[in-house]
Design a protein around this ligand. Structure first.
Ligand SMILES: [Zn+2]
Ligand SMILES: [Zn+2]
Length: 236
């Protein structure tokens, strides 16, 4: 009998304990849903809401912006629209690939003259030009695209700059640099009228492309040996 009483007391105690737990959580839930007018958001993450002064769960900043009720989806759409409208004025006064293109053309002209030392000197200028483009005015997507191409191009410009006297090695990197320059022009455009030329002899026809400012064919891969070998592939 004692046992039965004891166990029923235990049961009753457990039951109340459970019941109390449920009652305790209830008011917290109703508070968060009812008092949306007192919600605050993070200035960086408008989708994060909480009480004023609480920390943003994404970045830890204090929630200081009064929550206006705009759902996260609307904010996302707004960002996408902004990104699309930013695509237009890419070639602004602050972001420009003209310096890169101009120094590349000088490099190409040095190779046409079989001038390895000159090519090395201009290769360093191409490197500097690739490094000094102002990417702060373009959106994150275009900045990433620029950096991906430019990082590869910088490596080739560096090798051309460091290999004065080894014109064959410089021309190998020039072929790969030319592809990068072509990609930059395709992505960001240029103010100049340019041509993409192609030499079917170089690298068994695999990589002999270059960009030129003149309609006349002057081959940077063979110089005086085969100056007029090649043809215009397209106008850029
Ligand atoms: Zn945040
Ligand atoms: Zn190399």
């Amino acid at each position: 009998m004692k046992n039965i009483i004891l166990s029923s007391i235990a049961c009753a105690f457990l039951f109340t304990a459970c019941n109390q737990k449920n009652k305790q959580t209830e008011p917290i839930n109703s508070q968060t849903t009812n008092s949306s007018s007192a919600l605050y958001t993070c200035s960086m993450h408008p989708e994060i809401t909480g009480k004023k002064g609480e920390a943003c769960s994404k970045c830890g900043m204090e929630l200081t912006e009064p929550f206006t009720g705009a759902p996260a989806i609307e904010t996302k759409t707004a960002t996408v629209v902004a990104t699309e409208s930013e695509v237009q004025p890419v070639v602004s006064s602050t972001f420009s690939i003209e310096e890169i293109v101009n120094s590349y053309l000088k490099l190409k002209n040095s190779l046409i003259k079989d001038d390895s030392k000159g090519a090395a000197a201009v290769g360093k200028i191409v490197y500097t030009a690739l490094n000094s483009v102002n990417t702060s005015s373009v959106n994150a997507k275009l900045k990433a695209e620029y950096l991906e191409i430019a990082n590869d191009a910088k490596e080739h410009a560096e090798h051309i700059g460091n290999n004065a006297g080894k014109i064959d090695h410089q021309r190998e990197h020039f072929a790969m640099l030319s592809k990068d320059i072509n990609d930059l022009i395709a992505t960001f455009g240029t103010k100049q009228k340019l041509y993409q030329d192609y030499c079917p002899m170089y690298d068994e026809g695999k990589s002999g492309y270059w960009i030129s400012e003149t309609k006349e064919i002057k081959n940077p891969y063979y110089g005086a040996n085969m100056l007029t070998c090649g043809s215009i592939k397209k106008t850029l």
